[in-house]
Design a protein around this ligand. Structure first.
Ligand code: HEC
Length: 107
C-alpha cells in the first residue's frame, strides 16, 4: 500500500511538471510569429491581431480551434497545425506575460 501511494504521488508530480508551460521555449518559438504579430506582440500586419498580454485561455483556444478547423484562416490554420499542444502552451505563457499599457484617445 505504501509503495502504491508513493507511486501515485510520483505520477502526480510527473504530470504536474509535464503540464507546466516553458516560457523560455515560448519566447524562442515566438520568432516565427513576429513577422505578422510584431516582436513585441503588437501587430505589424493589418490583418493580424495583437498578441501582447492576451489571456492564455483565449490564446490556447484560438490555436486549438485553428487546428481543429473550427476557426479557419489560410495562414493560422497552417501555423497552428504545425504546433504541438505543449508548444501552444509555451507560446501562451510567453505572450500572456507581456504587460500592456493603453492610452485612450482624448476627446
Ligand atoms: C503570415 C502572418 C502570420 C504569422 C506568421 C502568424 N500569424 Fe497568427 N494570425 C495572423 C492573422 C492574419 C490572424 C487573424 C486570422 C483570423 O482572422 O482568424 C492571426 C490570428 C492569430 C491568433 C488569434 C488571435 C485573436 O485575437 O483571435 C493567435 C492566437 C495567433 N494568430 C497566434 C500566432 C502565433 C502563436 C504565431 C507564431 C507561431 C502566429 N500567430 C503567426 C497572421 C499570422
Amino acid at each position: 500500500m505504501k509503495r502504491f501511494v508513493i507511486l501515485c504521488l510520483g505520477l502526480i508530480i510527473n504530470i504536474a511538471v509535464a503540464a507546466a508551460a516553458d516560457i523560455e521555449n515560448g519566447k524562442k518559438l515566438s520568432s516565427a510569429c513576429s513577422v505578422c504579430h510584431g516582436k513585441d506582440g503588437i501587430s505589424t500586419y493589418p490583418e493580424a491581431p495583437n498578441l501582447a498580454g492576451m489571456s492564455s485561455i483565449y490564446f490556447e483556444k484560438s490555436l486549438v480551434d485553428y487546428r481543429k478547423g473550427i476557426r479557419q484562416d489560410r495562414r493560422m490554420t497552417l501555423i497552428a497545425s504545425a504546433l504541438s499542444m505543449e508548444e501552444i502552451k509555451d507560446l501562451a505563457a510567453w505572450f500572456s506575460a507581456f504587460e500592456v499599457t493603453v492610452k485612450l484617445p482624448e476627446l
